[in-house]
Design a protein around this ligand. Structure first.
Ligand code: FES
Length: 106
């Protein structure tokens, strides 16, 4: 298990123990983190698991696949740090990964 942190738009921090190999989205859903809808269940087909990667981890993640980039076009308030949390695989080296939740999804 690897601890990652979700941060809501009001600054509330939600530390979550994520299973290695699972997606960040799955960890959020299991922990009932508000603001991650994940309507498609992780199929990269809804963009309702949109998050912003904290700057300290900008280079720690693999680059998004084309499918993720295309789906991000449908997300609300996309920024350079935007990712789909269902496409982020948790590994032990991501301990402390901090993901900011947008004010709304879709
Ligand atoms: S859960 Fe639908 S795109 Fe991530």
């Amino acid at each position: 298990m690897t601890e990652i942190i979700f941060v809501s738009p009001d600054g509330t921090r939600y530390p979550v123990e994520a299973a290695d190999g699972a997606s960040a989205m799955q960890a959020a859903i299991r922990a009932d983190i508000p603001g991650i809808d994940a309507d498609c269940g992780g199929a990269c087909a809804c963009a309702t698991c949109h998050i912003y990667v904290d700057g300290a981890f900008a280079d720690a993640l693999p680059q998004p696949e084309t499918m993720e980039e295309d789906m991000l076009d449908f997300a609300f308030d996309v920024r350079p740090t935007s990712r789909l949390s269902c496409q982020i695989r948790i590994t032990p080296d991501l301990r402390g990964l901090t993901l900011h939740i947008p004010t709304r999804q879709g």
